[in-house]
Design a protein around this ligand. Sequence first.
Ligand SMILES: Nc1ncnc2c1ncn2[C@@H]1O[C@H](COP(=O)(O)OP(=O)(O)OP(=O)(O)O)[C@@H](O)[C@H]1O
Ligand SMILES: [Mg+2]
Ligand SMILES: [Zn+2]
Length: 562
Amino acid sequence: MAYKALYRTYRPQTFEEVAGQEHIVKTLKNALATGKISHAYLFAGPRGTGKTTMAKLFAKALNCEEGIGHQCNKCRNCQAIMDGSHPDVLELDAASNNGVDEIRELIDKVKYGTILGKYKVYIIDEVHMLSVGAFNALLKTLEEPPEHVVFILATTEPHKILPTILSRCQRYDFNKVSEEDIKERIKTILLNEDVEYNEEAIKLIVNLADGGMRDALSILEKVLAYSGNTLKVDDILNIFSLESKEEKINLLNSIIAHNMSDVLDRLNKYITKGTDIKRLTEDLLVILKDVLIYNSSSNESYLETLNKEEAKALTYKISTDRVVKMIDILMNTVKDYKNVTAINPLFEITLIKLCSMDDEFSKKVISQPKVETKPVEEKVVAEEAKIPEPVKVEEPAPTIKEEVKVDLPIEDTKIVEDVIILKDAEGDEGYSITDNQMVNVMVVSKKEIKSELLEGWKNIKRLTIHPSLGKAATLLIDGRPLVASNKIVILEYQMPKLAEKVNLKDIQAELQTVLKQVFNRQMFVYAVSRTRSVDLQALYMNLLQIGKLPKAKDVILEFEGE
Ligand SMILES: Nc1ncnc2c1ncn2[C@@H]1O[C@H](COP(=O)(O)OP(=O)(O)OP(=O)(O)O)[C@@H](O)[C@H]1O
Ligand SMILES: [Mg+2]
Ligand SMILES: [Zn+2]
């Protein structure tokens, strides 16, 4: 039997099989149902998230003999599209054929009618790689495309595409596939392949895949080739040079106990084995974040990698202050990895730093069992922090695209009694919230509200078909509540573009109405990209560490329109 890679075998054959990307499936189906077919589409988004797949599915839906919108997978058209032999559905990989000639040749054929189907569909992958000449040739065709022709341009780097091309395309932004969706797809495949698995192994693969479905399936395949019919955590760790959770906890325990020789022994072992040190550093960060979260919330549902017992055990041994300092050191290390070639020595220095960190507090904690942990925020409020000067209300940035840089020198950051007023200058299309103001929101945010939103977020889906709220609901579904207070919710988006759309003034009222309908809460909606979210959390941590977070009672939030 000819061998076929998992990701090929399991390429979705109908819109329904596509994991995630609901907003795109919905819009394409709608276009097919109403016959409003555009001549040019741009599918933009990260690798392996379904762009080419979706293009082929759309080609099928245009040409299926059962009628437009169908994907019977049985008729001549469907079958030929599936095996890549359809004379009217042409795939061109701009990464390899970037010459003007290829495009010319392709475009020459545009004027002829179809051979087998109703539509000629040109799928141009990695379109940002086309040469300028080829782009111009393409542009000419896009200006006056024949009735029966549809171009689908796919790219992972939409910013590299000429504006003149962009303006002629209907653009669809693909998202990274969510952990839940990847998990579900992997489970379906494992069931089908008769493979035994446990949840932890799947979780590990999902983490490694980082939102790419093709990557997830390639990883899965590699592991199965190695271990046969059972998916085992140990095998995954081996293949990808990862350390087990147990090992990472042991390492942390040695660090906490200032056991330098044990820490260095472990390091030598990693180096000999060829452990992925960058990944290990990031994993240590995740564990410490869990410790911090557990320390301040004692709520197991917020934990990412530790279970309750593990979190409890670590929390017991180490003070919040020290965890925060360790996180800080490790975060700097992760940043520094980008600028050095010698990863191992940098990690060694980091371990030595962590190990020799002076911490009277944690020794005290070890010798006398902790009675109760105070929530982080309360602790800051209780401290006799000197009151920083009030900060002037800052003018919002001129456009939402220019997000304020986060790397503020800490000394300059004074935040207290800052008022958020989102009144922009006339003519601006979007809202913008500064970093200082975001920290304020984080300080007054309430975990219960965030949990409530997270839990009910899926219910927004039903409004995506609503005639006037559909657009707002579709946009919201792709976001994830990051923090929320009584008055505002901050959403996090993988795609910066989507965050920008949320912050447009025009859509605010609809966004609020959707949340009002689903959660019965009146809240201002603001969005940040994943990158900015990470930076903000780092800023928050830094301020927490130096005792400069504002007090919750001093923060007043006000919004335009109240
Ligand atoms: N959203 C998805 N749902 C289900 N499977 C998916 C999805 N995205 C990707 N896959 C799997 O990954 C394979 C590759 O996907 P596809 O070629 O569509 O990705 P792509 O976005 O075009 O990637 P690239 O940017 O690298 O071209 C598919 O055959 C399928 O098995
Ligand atoms: Mg592709
Ligand atoms: Zn068909």
